[in-house]
Design a protein around this ligand. Structure first.
Ligand SMILES: Cc1cc2nc3c(=O)[nH]c(=O)nc-3n(C[C@H](O)[C@H](O)[C@H](O)COP(=O)(O)OP(=O)(O)OC[C@H]3O[C@@H](n4cnc5c(N)ncnc54)[C@H](O)[C@@H]3O)c2cc1C
Length: 388
């Protein structure tokens, strides 16, 4: 294979498509451990969960696209070993593939709950189609849902569940929801909206154990509270799938370390998407992003690099989340902000927040305000631009 891509998700699909679009004529192979053609994950906690969609509805490209563009897909089998010196990848089923250029697009996996009872029946995690296929019937049979983690995935599922009239309790260890991605005003707004719609949100509460009850499961919180539920969703974030790269000898640090062209620490090896940690001059540190924008744009940069063109990847990241009728859009990264300016009135459910560091705009959060978000993206790009 001229280009071998490990992982068959958003970034892998974009990389292969971009290579072909830009006239790359060499052979391309994608190896994916899931049995589905490359698909998009965002609807898994939103529309797909609610509407009980078919896997086909999630596909990024139809099967004919991969055939027509001569991209071979080896699905349902994991890459298990990488030999950088021999330029070979060993698959779980014993097959071996040779490569000229290797790309890691292995994404992340859901964090498990490292506590007693997390392996009980009716405790679920949400990352893949297969997860939803197991979770959905359990939810259908459940009246009471316990969600561990008040991040965007946990809250999106809470919104879907309330829409179906199920009781939802959400435990968040931190003092506010979505603390990793947004500021205090937006966290307070979303906690309020969820509570108003009947979600029992408990902040600053750590889960200690899960126990089996006669009629379901018991969430035991470390503050002594007990909550009886039927189904538990663990939604405490994700971990980079970087073990394969690490064992091959590539430099990793919570993600595969790459440069601004998505190149990893060995020649002819790249990493893209959720699994890659790249240097951002714009934000003054290494970033590992978990969003569609990053998967797509970093894959484009890697495709350019593989073709011998050099396009620096240093984006203004963007992200979205849907909860009830609320469209939440984020541009930039809030970390390190020293000022937050609320624009509009959260009571109207249409507002935005500008985040600044040293007077420069570094992030904008917008709720039901596409204009503030679009303008924000542009303003952040200007104000954080680094002279080359
Ligand atoms: C429920 C959910 C909701 C989300 N909502 C949003 C949203 O609203 N907006 C947004 O911007 N982002 C959202 N995201 C994040 C977004 O989906 C990811 O950022 C994106 O999928 C990353 O693409 P990727 O190709 O890097 O990784 P992935 O899409 O995760 O693909 C990686 C693939 O590699 C496979 N793999 C791993 N190791 C191996 C191996 N050794 N061999 C073979 N295959 C392997 C994995 O199983 C997986 O199929 C959401 C994610 C989830 C799970």
């Amino acid at each position: 294979m001229d280009v071998l891509i490990i992982g068959a998700g958003q970034a892998a699909a974009q990389l292969a498509a971009s290579l072909r679009q830009d006239g790359f004529a060499g052979s391309i192979c994608i190896v994916g451990d899931e049995r589905y053609l490359p698909y998009q994950r965002p609807p898994l906690s939103k529309k797909f969960l609610h509407e009980r969609g078919t896997p086909e509805s999630l596909l990024l490209r139809p099967a004919s696209f991969w055939r027509d563009h001569e991209v071979s897909l080896v699905l349902g089998v994991a890459a298990a070993k990488v030999d950088l010196r021999q330029q070979r990848v060993g698959l779980q089923d014993g097959r071996e593939l040779e490569y000229g250029t290797l790309v890691f697009a292995t994404g992340t996996r859901a964090r498990t709950l490292p506590l007693p009872g997390s392996d009980l029946a009716n405790v679920f995690f949400l990352r893949k189609i297969e997860d939803v296929r197991q979770l959905r019937p359990a939810l259908d049979a459940a009246g009471r849902i316990g969600i561990v983690g008040g991040g965007y995935i946990g809250l999106e599922v809470a919104a879907v569940m309330r829409g179906e009239g199920r009781a939802v309790t959400a435990l968040e260890a931190q003092a506010r929801v979505m603390a990793r991605v947004t500021g205090e005003q937006v966290s307070a707004f979303f906690a309020h909206m969820h509570r108003q719609r009947g979600v029992d949100i408990r902040l600053g509460v750590q889960l200690a154990a899960i126990e089996k009850e006669t009629n379901g499961l018991l969430l035991r919180a470390s503050n002594g509270e007990d909550i009886s539920v039927d189904v538990i969703l663990g939604a405490t974030g994700a971990r980079a799938n970087d073990e394969l790269a690490r064992s091959a000898g590539l430099a990793c640090d919570d993600g595969i370390l790459v440069d601004e062209f998505a190149a990893a620490s060995a020649p002819g090896v790249y990493a893209v998407g959720d699994c890659a940690r790249f240097p951002s001059r714009r934000y003054g540190r290494r970033l590992r992003l978990e969003c569609v924008q990053n998967a797509i744009d970093q894959a484009k940069a890697a495709a350019a690099a593989i073709r011998g063109e050099r396009e620096v990847y240093d984006p203004v990241p963007w992200f979205w989340s849907y909860q009830y009728e609320l469209k939440f859009q984020i541009a930039g990264i809030i970390d390190g902000h020293d000022a937050a300016e609320l624009i509009g009135d959260p009571a109207t459910a249409q507002f935005s927040v500008d985040y600044r560091r040293g007077g420069r705009l570094i992030a904008v959060d917008a709720v039901n305000n596409a204009r503030a978000y679009m303008m924000g993206r542009r303003r952040i790009a200007q104000e954080t631009a680094v002279p080359s």
